[in-house]
Design a protein around this ligand. Structure first.
Ligand SMILES: N[C@@H](CCC(=O)N[C@@H](CS)C(=O)NCC(=O)O)C(=O)O
Length: 212
């Protein structure tokens, strides 16, 4: 199987952590693809043109990240271990994915959209979703995480690695100390997930920009 993703994608990082948790590295090759490259083969795999996308065989692919995670976890028979409280796991995933949507939108607005087209009100609404999510995690740390390694911990940790990468000049770490110290401890306790943490990588030269 081939996972198409990019090193900075928070959704892709979540999937990569699940691959490691399920010891599926040998069965899934990671191929870098930036979704803003001109589409060739990629829209055949995912009509939405989004990463991550998992190619299962020549005729089938799976998206989005939530479905890919379910697929890998189920196939590895790790559901009861990684999702001991399934509804809780799915709720935290929904929260984190919503925060990731907001964070990625903020990044796209600033990085891909020409400055004169950027919209402050829209930006602020995304920022509010992101910050409210962090506030929720920070105030409900025990309710949101598990003692042992589980899916929701992977969702939170990989997403916070994206925050560290793209929002390093924010006051999030100072304002939401509980969740960030949990995350720092997670990285110390679980070094095997380091390959899944968000990394910067220059976008390819042939990237499409919104130059209008
Ligand atoms: N709900 C999707 C979101 C994936 C997503 O937004 N990925 C971004 C990269 S981090 C993307 O491919 N963006 C390209 C686009 O929006 O056209 C998932 O969970 O997989």
């Amino acid at each position: 199987m081939i996972l198409y993703t990019f090193p900075s994608s928070p959704f892709g990082c979540k999937v990569k952590s699940v691959i490691l948790a399920c010891a599926e590295e040998k069965n899934i090759t990671i191929e870098e693809f930036h979704p803003w490259q001109p589409d060739s083969f990629f829209r055949e795999l995912n009509p939405l043109g989004k990463i991550p996308t998992l190619k299962i065989d020549n005729n089938e692919s799976i998206f989005d990240s939530a479905v890919i995670c379910e697929y890998i976890i189920e196939k590895a028979k790790k559901s009861s271990k990684l999702m001991p409280n399934r509804i809780k796991s799915l709720k935290i995933q929904a929260l984190i994915d919503g925060m990731a949507d907001a964070a990625v939108s903020i990044r796209y607005e600033r990085f891909f959209r020409p400055q004169h087209l950027q919209c402050e009100d829209w930006y602020n609404r995304q920022y509010l979703a992101l910050e409210s999510g962090l506030k929720y995690l920070n105030s409900n740390l025990k309710k949101c995480t598990e003692e042992s390694l589980c899916f929701e911990n992977l969702c939170i940790a990989t997403f916070l690695s994206y925050i560290d990468l793209r929002f390093s000049d924010s006051t999030f770490r100072e304002n939401y100390k509980n969740i960030f110290s949990w995350y720092d401890q997670f990285r110390k306790d679980q070094p095997k997930f380091e390959p899944a943490m968000a990394k910067d990588k220059p976008v390819p030269d042939n990237i499409l920009r919104l130059n209008k």
